[in-house]
Each structure stands twice: as C-alpha cells, then as structure tokens.
Write a protein that binds this ligand. Sequence first.
Ligand code: ZN
Length: 390
Amino acid sequence: MASLRRNEPLDPVELAAELIRRPSVTPRDEGTLPYLAEVLGRLGFRCELKEFTEPGTEPVLNLYARIGSGGRNLCFAGHTDVVPPGNLDAWSIAPFAGRVEDGTLHGRGAADMKGAIACFAAACARFLAERGPGFAGSISLLITGDEEGVSINGTRKLLEWLAAKGETLDACIVGEPTNARELGDMVKIGRRGSMNGYLTVEGVQGHTAYPHLADNAAHRLVAMLQAMIAAPLDEGTAHFQPSTLQIATIDIGNTAANVIPGLARATFNTRFNDRWTSDSLKAWLKQKCDAVGGRYTLDFHVSGESFLTPPGPFSALVARAIERVTGRVPELSTTGGTSDARFIHHYCPIAEFGLVGLTMHKVDERVPLADMAALTEIYRLLLDLYFPAA
Ligand SMILES: [Zn+2]
C-alpha cells in the first residue's frame, strides 16, 4: 500500500483481502477502519474516525469519509464488522486469510460486506482519475463497525452526529449483499419490520383429574397463539410481501402428565410490511390475547420498523448502471432481513445493492472475482450517472 498514490488504480480484490485479514468480528475493529481511512485518505478523502459508546455496550469505531465540499453528496453506507466464523475446522480456507483461489476471494466478510466496500473505494479511484477531484459534487462513505451486533453505537449515532454538524446526504447506496443468485438480480428499496413477542400466560396449577380447581395456562396459551396465526396478517402491499408471524418456541417445562401447568410461555417473531407499524401490530396482538382472556403478559422487542424508498429517480439510476454492466434488469425488492438502511432512509432516498448473498454468514463465505470487477464498474457508472459531466 505504501506505493498507492492519489488516483492510482486501486485493486478492489487486494483491498478486500486486506480488510478480510483484519478479523473484525462484531463489534471489534482490529485496525480495519483506520486502514480503510488510510486508503481513502490517499484518494483525497477527508476521513473522520468516530468512536461511540454508552453504558452497558462496547465502544465501537465508525468512519465518515468525504471528498468534495459542495454539490450533491452521494453516500455509500456499509459495515466492516463481520459475524463470527463459527467452527474453524469447517472452513476449507482459513476465514481471515483473505486468499484468492480459483478466481474466487475467500473469507469472512467477502460478501457481507468488505468486498462491496472495496469495490466502491476502487470505483471512486477510477471515477476521480477520469474526472479529477474538481467534479461538481461530493462522494462520502459512512462505514460502521456495529451492524451485525446490537447496532447501538453505529450508523444511527453517526447519522445524528453528521446532522448536528450540518452535513447532509442527498442519496445513499447501501452495499449489502442484496443479490439472491446472480449479480444484478436484486436491488432492495426497503425492508420489512421485525419484532419479537414474548408471551407469558399465568393460570392456576392443579391435578389433571380436577380441572375445575385449576386454570390451565397451556390451554389459554394455545388459544392465544391460534388466534394470532389463524389468518394471514395481511395480503401484502404494493411493494411488500404479506406480513408473517412465526412461533419460535413454546415453553411449559411440565414433566408430569397429571399436573395442569400454571405457567406457559411462547416466543414469536413477526416480519411486517408497511400496512403496519410496530405499535399497530402490538395493539392487534394484544386484542387477540384479551379476547381469550385471563392473566397474561406480552412483551415486545422491536428490531426495526418497515421502511420504503418508493421507486424513483435514484433507484432508476442504480438499476440503469446495473443493466448496462450485467445486462440484467434488477428486481426492486423489500424481502429479507433488516439492515442499517432502516436508519438512513430518514435522511435521504436509499437503494441497497452489493454482491451476491448466497454465502453470507456461512462457512466458506466467498465471492467470484468477476462479480467484484462487475460491481466496481456498476458503482463507477453510478457515480458517472449521478454526477453528469458538464
Ligand atoms: Zn451486512
């Protein structure tokens, strides 16, 4: 890296491999963001490393880098933290070796999403080499080390900190591995909300031969859950699949067949579309439980509300860049889990597009070099289309 100068071609594969070699298992950084800041600094970006912490959480390092001081600010958002590798023996190539074999880059974070960060950095290098740093606009990178974990000291705080400084984002591309099978098949323009429910039903324990002297908590728990799953939550909306509710576990822990349980618990997860908010869904679920009656508690954990950037000029631009490079017309989708785009969409239009997600979070996470070359070109073209030459 010592020889890397401003506007010198930057190899996305080499950069991604260097990032993979820093084992930044969430929320640890292991030198990853300072290294990325150094690389971006050499391209002319002004980099600010910002650590956030709060009681009960581990401090997390974040990065905001920007080149240009005026015009529209196109932001790339992503994360350098990765999920743990799990059983090391199961990997055919060590997860943090950052090795290329058979035209494929291997390692934890290759797809999710150090690979995409490296592609965007390389795209910036090419764009700046062609257009010079004097183009009428700004490019920024908003990179957190806290996406795979609790997401408390990451993107949300970074956005608040930027807003307080008067920094604005005009559009944001999020580099999550959105493609289902092949590069170019899917852009995400929103995500469903996610909420866990923790239901505890209290009854009165008793002898199964004398049910009139007891109140069976299991019966009421089953009735409440049945009321929740009896019919679909909705039929889906213009840009979303139907909302779902899945029972994850039912826990009664009763070891005797002749005892009526006095306590029964269940945990369920909902993925909900823009027909609901977490509050309206909570109210609906409580109604179902109240209709069954008796003593119960229902607690919730909301991981994210549903959100949507309706198809518009920015998603059209992203789709055009993808089609020109891959020949594929991407589906604009809201499927899958949540991402940090849930924080960013409050500030500007978003579209999520990165590598193929087939191996993310798995053993032998990997990405074909051809995909990295194509993604770099897509990002470069996106910059070119977003900042038309005068
Ligand atoms: Zn990710």
